[in-house]
Design a protein around this ligand. Sequence first.
Ligand code: FES
Ligand code: FES
Length: 148
Amino acid sequence: MTNVDIEVHVNGSPRRHSVPPRLTLADYLRVDCGLTGTHLGCEHGVCGACTVLLDGEAVRACLVFAVQADGAEVTTIEAMASDDGTLSPVQAAFRDHHGLQCGFCTPGFIVSATAFLEENPSPTDGEIREALSGNICRCTGYQASSRQ
Ligand code: FES
Ligand code: FES
């Protein structure tokens, strides 16, 4: 199948590539752009590890073709911290409250939580649980033990 020329703004920088029509956005980001912070767990839309922002909306990059992002703005976990390395508030909260263990799922959680808080800056616990219910972690118990 013939490659397709695309231009995607990734983390604020324009990138032009010629890609196979069936290349996923996740593989495009990881392989063509070298942005390996976007993780692949299930590769069929279940785990949320590959979550990125596409024009500000949280999407599963394993379910989006790179050609569908042509002309769009994509934001990955690599752009969550400031240029000087200062963590975003969500990243800092995950660090401060032991929100990760191995960290494999963490980029997806961070991106999902960031998008959610943009829409709903003062959520209830229930709304947070609902918003993050599409992100799966196989290490943690989702909340800290009272013994920690
Ligand atoms: S790798 Fe995309 S949802 Fe699991
Ligand atoms: S911290 Fe390991 S999968 Fe979530």
